[in-house]
Design a protein around this ligand. Structure first.
Ligand SMILES: Cc1cc2nc3c(=O)[nH]c(=O)nc-3n(C[C@H](O)[C@H](O)[C@H](O)COP(=O)(O)OP(=O)(O)OC[C@H]3O[C@@H](n4cnc5c(N)ncnc54)[C@H](O)[C@@H]3O)c2cc1C
Length: 367
């Protein structure tokens, strides 16, 4: 590493990588320290549906970040594809939601947020097993193939001279006069100008390690385990994404179909389990019987960064002058990432923020 970077980000998931890109575009020198390999945690494990599950049941501040991200994603993925040759497969495949007991709220949300909504096509419903309750077809909802997005983003960061250091764990900080002066890491002590934490599900635990005297006043971010399967289906078996209750199918461009996901409070345990595999398999085969001939080729788990009400925590620390944070995006971090990274950068660079920063600040509810 040459000199002390303007910004040191901890955590090389989508929040760390996109924040690093925004900060580099703002003209700052940036280093990302990653505990293991870049982009191999939640950001790799996720499904990539570009809509929170039932956003009308969630806090309005989530919709704000979603809408801001949706304005950025098409150009961002196109630029990354052009610059790196890696296609993140941002596809408008549409989303069918089979059961909508709160149909009115869903309709109103779609109307307010300019999201086209239509009655579900009979040709699609006839291939699926219900139950159906006011099924909704949202033809404009896109998906992202997140492992490819991370790959493209990483290549772009190398080209932008962002330093990415793997196998480097942040273990502690030294502070003086309300500033962090030194980071202690598994690769030794590093001087720091500004520290930004993008440590996903590990953020609450890390906070306790860094500031043990904070006692019960700690960052409220907890791991939420999610398990997922992939079927090796052929192209064309299913075109749109299907959301049924709390579970979904996501068909990729090459035909493979993801079935997800569980939500489990199991601490930092990422092991996959036989009951979860059976439950996800039953769900998928019952919903789409055409999947039966196709084998499951992979089963994995990731840890979502769960926060109070799923609202991410993005902002500058109120008293430590060179510390900021961008974490706690729960089940919707991929969709909220571009606007979250832009907001963090706006706050660090003292620019007009892309969205009102107040709902996401570190405050009494998150600390
Ligand atoms: C099964 C599943 C399905 C999902 N589906 C969707 C979806 O369809 N749409 C959607 O929008 N979102 C989805 N998500 C959520 C989304 O994946 C996450 O919200 C998002 O990836 C979080 O990104 P992150 O960068 O904050 O966390 P991560 O990707 O987990 O990155 C955090 C990084 O910090 C590193 N780190 C932690 N502590 C330290 C330390 N002390 N030192 C150095 N490095 C450290 C970790 O190793 C990790 O790489 C899903 C998640 C899962 C698990």
């Amino acid at each position: 590493m040459q000199g002390t970077p303007d910004i040191t980000l901890i955590g090389g998931g989508i929040m760390g990588l996109l924040s690093a890109r925004e900060l580099a575009l703002a003209g700052l020198t940036v280093t990302v320290l990653e505990r293991q390999k870049i982009g191999r945690e939640a950001s790799w494990a996720g499904g990539g549906i570009m809509l929170p599950l039932y956003p009308w049941r969630q806090d309005a501040s989530i919709t704000t970040l979603v809408n801001a991200s949706l304005t950025l994603y098409p150009a961002l993925t196109e630029t990354l594809h052009g610059a790196t040759g890696i296609d993140p497969e941002y596809l408008t495949s549409g989303l069918l939601i089979t059961e909508n007991p709160d149909y009115q709220a869903a309709q109103q949300w779609c109307q307010r947020n300019h999201t086209p909504v239509e009655s579900a096509p009979e040709s699609l419903l006839s291939r699926l097993n219900g139950p159906f309750d006011h099924p909704l077809w949202l033809p404009d909802i896109a998906q992202l193939r997140n492992p490819l997005f991370i790959k493209a983003l990483t290549a772009d960061l190398h080209a932008k001279k962002v330093t990415l250091i793997e196998d480097c764990v942040l273990q502690g900080v030294r502070c003086k006069n309300n500033r962090i002066t030194v980071l202690t890491t598994s690769q030794g002590a590093l001087p720091v100008n500004h520290l930004a934490l993008t440590t996903g599900a590990w953020s609450g635990k890390l906070w306790q390690t860094l500031w043990p005297s904070a006692g019960p006043t700690t960052l409220k971010v907890q791991p939420l385990k999610g398990q997922m399967l992939i079927f090796d289906a052929p192209p064309g078996l299913l075109a749109p994404m299907i959301l049924a209750g709390d579970r979904y199918l996501i068909p990729r461009k090459d035909g493979k179909i993801l079935a997800g996901s569980t939500v489990e409070k199991m601490g930092f345990d990422k092991t996959t389990t036989t009951p979860a595999k059976a439950a996800l398999t039953d769900f998928a085969l019952n919903l789409l019987p055409d999947l039966k001939p196709w084998p499951i080729t992979h089963h994995w788990a990731g840890l979502r960064p769960g926060s109070p009400n799923g609202i991410p925590i993005i902002g500058l620390h109120p008293t430590i002058n060179n510390l900021s944070i961008n974490c706690g995006h729960g089940r919707s971090g991929l969709i909220m990432a571009p606007a979250s990274a832009r907001l963090l950068t706006d706050l660090i660079c003292q620019r007009t923020p892309i969205v009102d920063p107040n709902p996401y600040q570190l405050n009494a509810q998150t600390l």
